[in-house]
Design a binder for this molecule. Structure first.
Ligand code: IVH
Length: 667
């Protein structure tokens, strides 16, 4: 067998195993066998770049090329559904349809999946495009990210699918994946996702499709559009689509009476809690496409369908008091302390109140009877007050004016909902928060240290700021009951290694407000030492690409504080890198300043990642897909025909590898 034949064979096999595993939930080979086949295919494809295929199973692993999503107009607008919470309105819908049609009809009952909607276009059995709902008329092209979702077929099987059609559905993050993701985020001290819907839509918009692949999204498809669909029945079409390889929910039922509709609703209102993904209602659709056409649309939604939304579970309980938490940034979060109450299977004692405005709008009084809801969020929220039950003479909840931890007056910045304690250097949770950020993996990555150790050292009075870490003595750590000699050694080694962490990450580790990882990189490039940065003016700072006055002012504020300047000096003395290494500094030009460059194809001299780095090093911006704004395309071998066509249509210049290398070398 030739390599090419083997590639074809492997692709077919892997598409099938994917389908067995992700759509049917019935794998026929082990994970290891699957991985081996995938690796074999990857190797063969690497050897035969001329045989690359946009829809090969290897494309599912994603790439780390940055992507600014292109907007694409929907061929058919993505409408929303009329919503109701009332069974009486369901009856009205049914009767309205019955009257308008004046003939027999069937209703297809489906789950309303609570994720993020997607429109997939297939041409000749191959996935060509995946677009988000956007504003309903146009959405983001997220094709590369969607390709990482294993339950979405890249190539269809079976027969009878139209040459060109769209299929719409919901991208979901299963509960177990969501919980795992949040556990990880918690351990890395990153903000948690409130619910699987936000997690799914956030994931779909990630720039890095390899990261998307790691998040294990799933999808159910529920709506076919196109000119030559196989059947007149929506339900029957979905059954066909199932044969082509799509994941269609098996909860879908076709019914003939209002009674059956209610049986479906009432059954799934309870049973849905056992499903692996989030749902928030039931969708009812008139089954016949001919009848759908007859019924037509209002301006916003079809007259042939309605969504019945489940009532979020509520409980009534008493507000005992409001307490306030101080976050590591100094942000104050009010928390309602409640009389414990049973809600959706757990006991609720606390609910988030978010900010002062929410408290004011609820007109909350201590002792009030309040409604708590869990609508798909992890932290329950207060949705209303039963004012008729308010005890006489109860006291209105007023937001605190001073920090509960350190007593400093609170401030509220313009356009922000939160109150802040600004006593960064003396407020305990802020001190600990800053140290925890400093040692975290993406910052100084100090192994052996974690939030609990930081807390312990702080309690013991051993550290008050990040520079104190470098004064720690092995024997002082070893003396602590919970640690011992081995841990002490680890911590000391971790601290020693952190002296090699590059300047840009030290800059990020300082925890200057608004200076995240990307901003830190940009600043480090423009000001290759901390002394230069500390001396920069507002005008200097806003010269940097993508640095506006908000960030610039925050940097100025940081260095205007004597305590911060002293801290930086002590860190420098401790041996941390406060300037960029020579190799990082050399070779930068702005030859590509202001240019948006798409990389496409396979190259001889550098990998795609290296080209991406080169583009950035010379002041350009690497973008994922071709648009009017693209300055040129860095073209390798085997650039895909659809990309070539698009480039031609928009009149975008193609630059070959050698020419590009010359461009960046020129002075
Ligand atoms: S059908 C024109 N079916 O609900 C009707 N939508 O408000 C097209 N959704 O944006 C939608 N489950 O994201 C349909 N089984 C289902 C659904 C469903 C969830 C979402 C979808 C849509 C929204 C409608």
């Amino acid at each position: 067998m030739t390599d090419i034949e083997r590639i074809d064979q492997l692709r077919e096999e892997l598409h099938l195993h994917n389908y067995n595993y992700y759509v049917l939930n019935a794998p026929v080979i082990s994970d290891k066998e699957f991985d081996d086949l995938m690796r074999e295919l990857q190797e063969l494809e690497a050897r035969h770049p001329e045989y690359m295929d946009e829809n090969s199973p290897t494309m599912r692993v994603g790439s780390d090329i940055n992507k600014n999503f292109t907007q694409i107009e929907h061929k058919y607008p993505m409408l929303s559904l009329g919503n109701t919470y009332s069974q009486a309105e369901v009856t009205e819908f049914y009767e309205r349809v019955s009257k308008a049609l004046n003939e027999d009809f069937e209703i297809c009952c489906e789950m309303k999946f609570d994720g993020t909607s997607i429109s997939l276009t297939y041409e000749h059995g191959r996935l060509v495009r995946a677009v988000t709902r956007g504003d309903g008329t146009k959405g983001d092209d997220v094709t590369d990210n969607v390709k990482t979702i294993r339950s979405i077929p890249l190539k269809l099987h079976g027969e009878g699918y139209p040459d060109v059609f769209e299929i719409r559905g919901e991208i979901l993050m299963p509960w177990v994946v969501f919980e795992e993701l949040n556990r990880e985020r918690e351990s890395r001290e990153e903000p948690l996702f409130a619910n699987p819907r936000n997690a799914a839509s956030g994931t779909l918009k990630l720039q890095n499709s390899a990261q998307v692949a790691s998040r294990k999204l799933d999808a159910y498809l529920y709506y076919l559009l196109g000119d030559n669909l196989p059947c007149d029945g929506h339900y029957e079409n979905l059954k066909e689509a199932e044969k082509w390889g799509f994941k269609i929910s098996d909860i879908t039922r076709k019914v003939h009476s209002l009674q059956e509709v209610f049986d479906f609703i009432n059954y799934w209102d309870v049973e849905r809690k056992n499903l692996p993904v989030a749902t928030d209602g039931i969708v009812l659709k008139v089954n016949s496409l001919r009848q759908q056409k007859n019924l037509g649309y209002t301006a916003k939604s079809p007259r042939w369908a309605i969504a019945y939304k489940f009532q979020a579970e509520q409980a009534l309980t008493r507000l005992l008091k409001v307490t306030y938490q101080v976050g590591r940034t100094g942000a104050i979060t009010p928390v309602a302390n409640l009389e414990p109450v049973q809600l959706s299977g757990t006991v609720v004692r606390r609910a988030s109140l978010h900010n002062a405005d929410i408290i004011a709008s609820l007109d909350l009084h201590v002792g009030d009877s309040v409604y708590v809801e869990k609508g798909g969020e992890i932290i329950p929220k207060i949705t209303g007050v039963e004012t008729s039950l308010r005890p006489a003479g109860s006291e209105k909840v007023t937001f605190i004016t001073h920090c509960p931890e350190c007593g400093s007056p609170l401030v509220r910045y313009e356009d922000e909902a939160a109150h802040y304690c600004t006593n960064e250097t003396q407020c305990p949770p802020q001190i600990k928060g800053k140290i925890e950020h400093f040692i975290s993996r993406r910052a100084m990555n100090i192994e052996g240290l974690g939030p609990e150790t930081v807390d312990l050292f702080y309690q013991e009075g051993m550290i008050h700021d990040v520079a104190d870490l470098y004064q720690l003595q092995s024997q002082d750590i070893a003396r602590l009951e919970r640690l011992g000699e081995k841990s002490a050694e680890n911590i000391m080694a971790g601290l020693a290694r952190s002296r090699e962490v590059p300047y840009e990450r030290v800059l990020f580790a300082l925890g200057i407000r608004f200076v995240g990882e990307t901003v830190a990189k940009k600043i480090a490039r423009a000001f290759p030492s901390i002394d230069l940065l500390a001396a920069a003016t507002l005008e200097d700072l806003i010269q940097i690409d993508e640095i506006g006055t908000r960030i610039a002012q925050s940097i100025l504020l940081y260095f205007s504080n004597k305590k911060n300047r002293q801290l930086v000096a002590r860190l420098k003395e401790a041996g941390l890198k406060m300037e960029a290494d020579e190799e990082d500094r050399s070779g930068y030009t702005d030859n590509l300043a202001g240019q948006s460059i798409v990389i496409s194809g396979v190259f001889q001299h550098h990998s795609r990642d290296e080209y991406k780095a080169l583009i950035e090093k010379h002041g350009g911006k690497n973008v994922g897909s071709i648009s009017k704004k693209t300055s040129f395309i860095l073209k390798g071998d085997n650039m895909g025909p659809s990309k070539l066509e698009k480039a031609e249509k928009l009149g975008i210049r193609l630059v070959e590898e050698d020419e590009f290398l010359k461009m960046i070398q020129e002075a």
